[in-house]
Ligand binder design. Structure first.
Ligand SMILES: [Zn+2]
Ligand SMILES: [Zn+2]
Length: 258
């Protein structure tokens, strides 16, 4: 009881920069101080397909996709909350391993902001990467295995999806997509090994027929997990899938010519 009384009067500590901040300072973010919120969530013009930032030169040319994605077939739309860069590079781990559920709430709101601020136009069909921004019919989090769920107590992607869904007024389907196989430590594997490992790990058990599904995850790095989940949903009858990720690993700068 005493501990609870103390914590009620302790000012919140920003989980990115460790400063203490007064809730009256900002816009009601739960886990980040107002300067960190501003730095992380300044709206960025991003590649529609992979979520990399688009520099001013590409924007001036009217490009909506980065140089990598323009060389590849058009696929799904990606929405990003913030880049996975210091001081925010500690946040995905905080979300996953330290039970920072308030951060999941913030990231859902940040994703909703990124979407609502994109006043984009498009010339593609419904759900395509070149279509204008549209809310999905439902949100489905990238699932974790039953074992992982027992260990962690929650699925961070579901927490983000709930916050995003509440802000955009889009229903969340928490049990439509399941992870039925434990795929181990993906970080230690090459891209092709990850893909093989993941290929049979997911199953869709809900009705997604004809729907535009928003697939939600915490971090986008290679996109291997998202691709497999996307394929699973499309094979189950989804009309289209868009990606919604709280954090995006940024593009590596091009090597400078000697
Ligand atoms: Zn801060
Ligand atoms: Zn791209």
């Amino acid at each position: 009881m005493a501990a609870r009384a103390v914590s009620a009067f302790t000012p919140p500590v920003c989980i990115a920069c460790n400063c203490c901040f007064s809730p009256s300072m900002g816009r009601g973010w739960l886990s980040l101080c107002p300067p960190c919120t501003g730095a992380a969530f300044t709206p960025q013009t991003r590649c529609r397909q992979c979520g990399f930032r688009l520099g001013p030169r590409l924007q001036a040319f009217g490009w909506t996709r980065c140089r990598h994605c323009r060389a590849a077939p058009a696929s799904t739309r990606t929405w990003v909350g913030a880049d996975y860069l210091p001081p925010f590079d500690t946040l995905p781990k905080a979300l996953k391993f330290r039970g920072q559920q308030a951060l999941a709430c913030d990231m859902g709101v940040a994703l909703a902001h990124a979407f609502l601020q994109a006043k984009d136009v498009g010339n593609g069909g419904k759900g395509s990467v070149d279509a204008p921004a549209e809310e999905p019919d439902c949100l489905i989090p990238v699932p974790v295995s039953a074992r992982r769920l027992r260990e962690r107590g929650y699925n961070q992607a579901l927490l983000i999806a709930r916050s995003l869904g509440k802000t955009l007024n889009v229903p969340v389907k928490a049990r439509h997509l399941l992870k039925t196989l434990e795929t181990g430590r993906q970080a230690e594997l090459s891209a092709s090994q990850r893909q093989d490992n993941l290929a049979s790990a997911f199953v869709c058990v809900g009705d997604v027929e004809g729907l535009h599904v928003g697939l939600v995850d915490d971090v986008l790095t290679t996109g291997a997990t998202l691709s497999v989940c996307e394929q699973t949903l499309l094979q189950a009858g989804a009309a289209s899938v868009s990606r919604w990720v709280a954090f995006r690993t940024p593009e590596k700068p091009e090597p400078i010519e000697p």
